[in-house]
Design a protein around this ligand. Structure first.
Ligand code: MSP
Length: 508
């Protein structure tokens, strides 16, 4: 199985973590967990982006030195990563020595390749976006993102981005899966086809950054430095390192739509210029609004994921965020939508299926996996659906259709509930005929076997709750990877007393 490298953007430390950051990390965590359960070598990296003018300004406002500020803020991001249940293999901070070394090395390589030259920049800069904008991109005097811009004139180094227009267009053509979702791909191709200017890649009016090798009057433009984090984490500049060899370029960068251009245009251009292969895929997800409003500090409507975890529990929140909105599209957050989703999908559909099947098995004191007889066509149909899960869900992971992944599982939950309604185990149990008793066991076995497989594949999204379901089915801890999909439940295995897993929330 091929190894997989997955990353989140590294988060700016000018602000405390909010739902947007938690969302990107969560999506990457789901995919990383899926791949690990497949048994692949996986590396999942997240971290913090600690240099640049925006951070320097935030530190000054807080009355701290930039280093004190980033040390304090980085902890908050490490904490939220843990609180969201994410399990990265590495947490990179761009003020670490390994990163400064990598950024310096890639810069030097670009200089050696004559891809960087000294010039003079005069143009618009938005500190909030840490981005340069063309005059023609501005809308009513501000950046298209709404960020205020300032006129900047300074000597600076340029990267020969213009030279990479044709190679980039060729690269997009030859690698149709490089950018997802495909609607975003067209957007990027349009942008590059419109022509690329050389990119200013150093700043000299402030000093909080990685010094340009050989000219410490300049610090590197934060984006050229920040993007390099993805290879710092693999040991760059040591491209012979085991990690670099195993994981580059098998990479999937999960990013928000606002930073796609940096990842899909600048990053592959820097890499090609440094004679390294571009990443495999960049996927841009959408933005959350809060009750229809853009989330912003000035509106005071920032959503704190920790509060949501406290109120609703971690697994339900993970489920909601990944299920509610098609990954790649914008979505709206509201407590009403959250409660509706949790009540209908978790308490009603999944909770009901698990609870009524397990409670039914136990109700006559037979706390064991039933011994099935011959499976009929209807049983087999349901079992076949479950046996096809790995193949179907893998496709959704490959295309990052994370909501479709969950929809697919819920189709099975609904099939399971319908099957139970039709097979009526309660009627079978009342019958005195031995063939009905046999049938009862076959029906219950079919149901718990399907529940086992659903729980197996729910683990990447709701690790704790799925684990509890597997506990209630007495599935041993060492038989919970996808390689164990075919290990059917063993008849007569004793089952523990079932307990409800998904609470119901008061509707508003
Ligand atoms: N530091 C850069 C990334 C450098 S990667 C080499 C950066 N940081 S950020 O902290 O501003 O944003 C990080 C991520 O949070 C982005 O992917 C962004 O899209 C995401 N989100 C911020 N607000 C969001 C929402 N309201 N909704 C969803 N995601 C949002 O950009």
């Amino acid at each position: 199985m091929i190894s997989k490298y997955i990353t989140t953007p590294i988060y700016y430390l000018n602000d405390i973590p909010h739902l947007g950051h938690a969302y990107t990390t969560l999506a990457a965590d789901m995919i990383a967990r899926f791949w690990r359960l497949e048994g692949r070598p996986v590396k999942f990296v997240t971290g913090t982006d600690e240099h640049g003018q925006k951070i320097a300004q935030a530190a000054e406002k807080a009355g701290l030195s930039p280093q004190e500020h980033v040390d304090k803020m980085a902890r908050r991001f490490e904490e939220i990563t843990v609180s969201m249940g994410a399990q990265p293999d590495d947490f990179i901070r761009t003020t670490q020595a390994r990163h400064i070394k990598a950024a310096t090395a890639i810069w030097q390589k670009l200089v050696d390749q004559e891809e960087i030259y000294l010039g003079h920049y005069a143009g618009w800069y938005a500190v909030r976006d840490e981005a340069y904008y063309d005059e023609k991109e501005l809308i009513n005097g501000v950046a298209p993102t709404g960020a205020p811009v300032e006129w900047v004139e300074e000597p600076c180094y340029f990267f020969r981005l213009s030279k990479w227009q044709e190679p980039l267009l060729r690269f997009y053509k030859e690698n149709p899966d490089f950018i997802g979702p495909s609607s975003r791909r067209n957007e990027v191709i349009r942008f590059v086809s419109g022509g690329l200017h050389d990119l200013s890649v150093s700043r000299s009016t402030f000093s909080w950054g990685v010094p340009v090798p050989g000219n410490s009057a300049h610090v590197m433009y934060v984006w050229i430095e920040a993007l390099t984090n993805y290879i710092t984490a693999l040991g760059y500049p040591d491209i012979k390192s085991a990690d670099f060899q195993t994981f580059w370029p098998e990479s999937l960068h999960i990013v928000g739509k606002d930073i796609l251009r940096f990842h899909a245009v600048y990053w592959p251009a820097f890499l090609m210029a440094a004679q390294l292969p571009p990443p495999k895929r960049v996927y841009a997800h959408g933005w959350w609004t809060n009750e229809g409003q853009k989330i912003s500090k000035s509106l005071g409507n920032v959503i704190d994921p920790l509060k949501l975890i406290e109120t609703y529990g971690l697994d339900p929140l993970r489920y909601f965020l990944l299920r509610e909105v098609p990954f790649g599209q914008d979505g709206d957050f509201s407590p009403r939508a959250l409660k509706n989703r949790l009540n209908s999908d978790l308490a009603n559909d999944l909770g009901n299926l698990v609870q009524r099947v397990l409670a039914f098995i136990q109700s006559k004191g037979e706390a064991k996996v039933p011994q099935p007889g011959t499976f009929t066509e209807v049983d087999q149909k349901l079992l076949d659906w479950a046996d096809g899960l790995w193949a179907s869900l893998n496709q959704h992971i490959e295309s990052q259709s994370l909501n479709r992944y969950l929809e697919h599982l819920w189709e099975g939950i609904s099939l399971g509930n319908q099957y139970m309604d039709h097979q009526q185990p309660w009627t079978l149990r009342k019958s005195e005929l031995p063939e009905d008793q046999q049938r009862l066991h076959t029906v219950l076995y079919t149901l718990i076997e399907v529940i086992r497989q659903i729980a197996l594949f729910l683990q990447p999204v709701m690790p704790t709750s799925a684990g509890k379901i597997l506990d209630q089915l007495a599935v041993p801890l060492d038989q919970r990877t996808f390689a164990h999909q075919d290990n059917r439940l063993v008849p007569q295995t004793p089952l523990p007393v079932p307990q409800g897993i998904f609470p119901r929330f008061q509707e508003e």
